[in-house]
Design a protein around this ligand. Structure first.
Ligand code: GLY
Length: 362
């Protein structure tokens, strides 16, 4: 029985151990200076996701079947993204994602096909569980790149996508808690004279405070060397109605270049949009940097921009990247969670621990 309930032994899964540098030796498999490089001919095909939970692992298993049977990177990334999008337990992507401040789930997604230099995206899309597939249709069946809001929904409807309320009971409860607790200056929550006055008075709704920019990236290179990527998200929780993050913005939340590789971002989309971070990472790889180094370069670039303005502000990004040789990398701000990806190649399903840089204050 696996310890993580995934059919995969924990020791096997976390081949690269937490706290060691990117590509560091773990379980005696890879020399420390490889910087995340996969073994020679086993580099390609490759698929990665920034999701490291059981759903992320399942996504890689299902997507790998496509790559393993000679399918395209584009089909594989769509399959992988869809597995994560339809999981109602995942509160950061697709169905069950945390909603905006009005309690409405608005999804952003993008897709890019390195083979054709084509891209598509949707933003503020409501009621559709698989925005990545709608983005693919924007890419393949229109001469546009981005559709937004009602236009994106009308477009999805025209292709027969089923509409659903994306707010699950779990994400609704999280939103109701947030609405009651967000401040003193509104009328949500228990009556004022009963608020936390001691004794057995009525309190605010019980449960954890949740907040995130959660997103997933899925990047792949197939056996022909073609590269594709998807970034899909429910975006910043409790965002202002209509706010669009980096995920659907080509060059920000996602970029793919068949001659080089692919990159994707999670974290505070506002930082990623302003820095065109995914494009920056791919351009760094074009200049000879490894995926790992290029992800670290992007973190450094963003931190330096903010440090010049406000020394206290440290952004929250996590970057992932692959190159056409099947190398991969991941870097994240320290204190914002693990710099980890799940990947699948001919060697099996594994986790990779990249680097955490900079210190989040507070
Ligand atoms: N990176 C996801 C968002 O900011 O919406």
């Amino acid at each position: 029985m696996s310890s993580n309930g995934s059919g995969l032994d924990r020791r096997e899964f976390f081949r690269h151990s937490v706290g060691m540098g990117a590509g560091a030796l773990a379980l005696g498999r890879l020399p420390a200076d490889l910087g995340g490089r996969v073994r020679g001919a086993h580099g390609v095909p490759l698929i990665i996701t920034s999701h490291t939970n059981e759903t992320g692992q399942n996504a890689m298993r299902e997507a790998w079947e496509i790559l393993d049977s000679g399918g395209s990177a584009l089909d594989a990334v769509e399959k992988g993204a869809n597995v994560i999008e339809v999981d109602p337990e995942d509160s950061s992507v697709g169905y069950g994602g945390l909603p905006n401040e009005d309690g409405v789930v608005q999804l952003d997604a993008s897709i890019m096909d390195g083979r054709t230099y084509n891209a598509g995206s949707v933003a503020s899309l409501e009621n559709i569980k698989t925005p990545a597939s709608v983005a693919r249709l924007v890419m393949e069946r229109t001469d546009h790149v981005m559709l937004v809001g009602k236009g994106a929904l009308d477009f999805a409807r025209s292709f027969g996508f089923e509409e659903n309320n994306l707010l699950t009971a779990k994400s609704r409860e999280a939103w109701l808690r947030w609405r009651e607790r967000r401040g003193e200056s509104d009328d949500w929550g228990p009556p004022d004279h009963l608020r936390d006055r001691g004794g057995n008075q009525t309190g605010f709704l019980d449960g954890p405070d949740e907040f995130h920019y959660g997103t997933t990236n899925v990047l792949a290179v197939d056996e022909n060397g073609d590269i594709a990527g998807i970034t899909t998200t429910s975006g910043l929780s409790w965002k202002i109605n209509g706010r669009i993050g980096d995920s659907p913005v080509i060059g920000a939340g996602l970029y793919v270049d068949n001659e080089v590789g692919a990159a994707g971002a999670t974290g505070r989309g506002e930082d990623v949009i302003k820095s065109c971070a995914s494009y920056y990472i791919v351009m760094r790889m074009r200049d000879g940097r490894s995926p790992q180094q290029a992800c670290e370069d992007a973190l450094e670039m963003i931190v330096n921009k903010y440090r010049a303005i406000s020394n206290d502000f440290i952004p929250s990004e996590k970057f992932v990247a692959i190159n056409k040789d099947g190398e991969y990398g991941c870097a994240r701000m320290r204190g914002r969670g693990a710099a980890r990806i799940t990947f699948r190649n001919e060697d099996g399903l594994e986790a990779y621990e990249g680097t955490q840089r900079y210190q989040v204050s507070g």
